[in-house]
Design a protein around this ligand. Structure first.
Ligand SMILES: [Zn+2]
Ligand SMILES: [Zn+2]
Ligand SMILES: [Zn+2]
Ligand SMILES: [Zn+2]
Ligand SMILES: [Zn+2]
Length: 635
């Protein structure tokens, strides 16, 4: 990373480009060894020729990003980074980085306890060792308690304010010590902070040397904070702006708190276009040139001969074209095209994984099926098994939240903070390559199961808990009451998702993958396409452990039979049973899982696409009532 202000420094640290997005992207506080910095908004990133990146191409993802942030976004750009920093620390690579600023801007001298903002000029800055950017630090030059030649180290005062709308501000020390007013003795009073450590700062005393006023930071925490802290100023320090009219109560955070920043991202797998996908795109493209006004299928023959736009459709049959037109009409009628675009990243992936013919292999995507098909032992579990020998995933950062993580089930629930002052023309993105296994569950089996569980008490409890969950989460967040079941993923999703976790955990146990290096994508039925029933388990993390081919080989018949048997057998019991097996959310509880816990089903945050929600072993294998299980018999 590099600072934009030459007054302080050039390079102050090295962070892997992939980390820049998911652990410390735009707006995040990064704890360096001697002080903390905030990653600045996109307006301050160097986009010149020296920035050292080539935009990533992933048209499907770009479209989804545009669906959320607007059509101004034209590029997905990897974080600026250049190789060569190790061999030549002062060379061109040292000038390439992500712009940061020191934040919080209040520092404390570790020797005399004086507390002052950086712009008071009380603290000096040293960053003279090009090979050791981590040695950069602030010091108190005129420290009254300075001994010998050493310059006393100044460190960040570790408190900041944040609110649920994503604002972040310095702690208002002067105002707080003087209980909401200024100092009666001085316009720029001298403050001291006695920080005895401890997690929540319960023992941090603040004192005004100028007038003698004292106050403990305790008065700013929890309930007392609501009374004693001023209103949120709507500050976005990463942009240098203040938003007017924030109604939230600010909360005190300590630097390094994990809830100071949550990335909001969108990701897509590269997939070659399928015929069906190409047709849908053409329908959109030529919609206003005669395609959208087609009154009925019987007019297609005439149009093919007389309407120029229809020359583009020669490779599809009348049935296929008409179906694509009706599909598009339905999307337009439902009137939420933006939301569709957002969620529609999965359609093209599902189409290619289930297409009977594998596409031409490329560096970015290659599929393979065993010539003998699904192993006989597993015919009642899977209807298709695909080895994904190569895949490429691109992930884009579209914003971030503070205090609460963004909710995949309710994108409007937690307010997204912007990456740039105006509508961005690009967003940071990263790409990873990997491999995976795609599994499809027989549609007939799922439909029979859906009929069995539809009216069940267990499923009803899940649905009721979902309503309560949304009510509770929404109460003071969203203005208008919406459909209480909006976003409910359906019983099918719970079954497929649970199966996915069972397999992931078994793969991790048997094959030595860390489960955090695995990811899942669940292709479950949607309104437009109710018959989806697939699971993709893949590795696509930077510097993935193990050799390529390890995961794909698990889709070989012998390995897959062993793996599936073990996963389903293990699913029948949990060492927390009977507590875990009996679990179902009862009013007023609003958790979103049944028989599931850390011992048997949960996986790491980075692995699960739904935050370990919508999981229940009883819907996959017989636990209490065998009729609830998708697989009544384990192979
Ligand atoms: Zn000092
Ligand atoms: Zn004072
Ligand atoms: Zn605010
Ligand atoms: Zn359990
Ligand atoms: Zn999951």
């Amino acid at each position: 990373m590099a600072a934009t202000s030459d007054r302080y420094f050039r390079r102050v640290g090295a962070v892997r480009p992939s980390h820049l997005m998911f652990t410390s992207g735009v707006g995040a506080l990064v704890d360096l060894p001697n002080f903390a910095v905030l990653v600045r908004g996109l307006d301050d990133w160097d986009t010149g020729p020296m920035a050292g990146y080539v935009p990533l191409t992933e048209p499907r993802l770009l479209k989804a990003v545009q669906g959320t942030l607007g059509d101004t976004v034209k590029q997905l750009r990897p974080a600026p980074w250049m190789p060569g920093i190790d061999s030549n620390p002062a060379g061109p690579a040292s000038k390439v980085g992500v712009p940061v600023m020191p934040f919080p801007s209040w520092m404390r001298c570790t020797v005399c306890d004086q507390l002052a903002p950086l712009d008071s000029q009380i603290f000096g800055f040293e960053n003279d060792k090009a090979r050791k950017p981590h040695d950069a630090h602030f010091f108190h030059a005129d420290c009254p308690r300075k001994r010998s030649g050493r310059k006393p180290l100044a460190v960040p005062a570790r408190f900041v304010l944040a609110c649920n709308d994503g604002h972040l501000d310095d702690f208002p020390y002067v105002n707080f010590v003087h209980k909401g007013t200024g100092c009666p003795k001085a316009s720029h009073p001298t403050l001291k902070m006695d920080d005895r450590g401890g997690n929540l700062g319960a023992n941090v005393a603040l004192m005004c040397v100028s007038c003698g006023e004292k106050r403990n930071i305790r008065d700013a925490l929890g309930r007392r904070g609501e009374e004693n802290l001023p209103r949120c100023r709507g500050r976005h320090p990463h942009l240098g702006t203040f938003e007017e009219g924030c109604e939230r109560d600010p909360k005190v955070l300590v630097i390094g708190a994990s809830n100071q920043w949550f990335p909001e991202t969108l990701s897509a797998l590269y997939v070659p276009p399928t015929d069906a996908g190409e047709l849908a795109d053409k329908v959109v493209q030529y919609w206003d040139q005669g395609v959208g006004s087609m009154p009925g299928r019987e007019y297609l023959r005439y149009s093919r001969e007389n309407v120029p736009a229809f020359r583009e459709f020669t490779k599809w049959s009348d049935e296929e074209i008409w179906a694509a037109i009706e599909q598009r009409r339905k999307i337009l009628e439902e009137g939420r095209p933006e939301e569709k675009r957002r969620t529609d990243l999965r359609t093209a992936e599902w189409e290619i994984f289930t297409s009977p013919k594998e596409p031409e292999p490329s560096d970015d995507f290659a599929l393979r099926r065993d010539p003998d098909g699904v192993p006989a032992e597993l015919k009642e579990i899977f209807s298709d098994v695909v080895q994904v020998e190569r895949l490429r995933e691109v992930r884009a950062l579209i914003g971030f939240t503070r205090l609460d993580a963004p909710d995949p089930d309710e994108p409007d629930l937690v307010k997204r903070a912007p990456l740039a002052k105006d509508r961005p023309t690009w967003v940071p993105a990263s790409e990873v390559r990997g491999e995976g296994i795609f599994l499809r569950v027989p549609e007939r089996l799922l439909q029979e199961w859906e009929e069995r569980v539809e009216e069940s008490d267990a499923l009803d409890k899940h649905r009721e808990a979902y309503k309560r969950f949304r009510e509770n989460r929404q109460s003071d967040r969203l203005p208008a009451p919406t459909d209480p079941m909006r976003g409910w993923p359906g019983a099918r999703y719970i079954a497929l998702h649970t199966l996915s976790h069972l397999l992931i955990r078994t793969i991790a146990l048997e094959c030595g993958y860390s489960s955090a290096s695995l990811s899942e994508l669940i292709y479950s039925g949607t309104e437009d396409d109710p018959n989806r029933s697939g699971i993709l388990i893949y590795t696509a993390v930077p510097d993935a452990e193990g050799t390529l081919g390890g995961l794909v080989s698990l889709a070989e018949p012998d390995a897959l039979v062993r793996l599936t048997r073990r996963a389903l057998a293990d699913a029948r019991r949990c060492s927390s049973d009977p507590l875990c097996a009996d679990r179902l959310p009862e009013a007023p509880e609003d958790f979103l899982h049944g028989a599931a816990c850390h011992v048997c089903l949960f996986v790491s945050e980075t692995t699960c696409e739904r935050g370990n929600r919508f999981l229940d072993r009883r819907f996959v294998v017989p636990i209490d009532d065998p009729s609830l299980a998708l697989f009544p018999a384990v192979p």
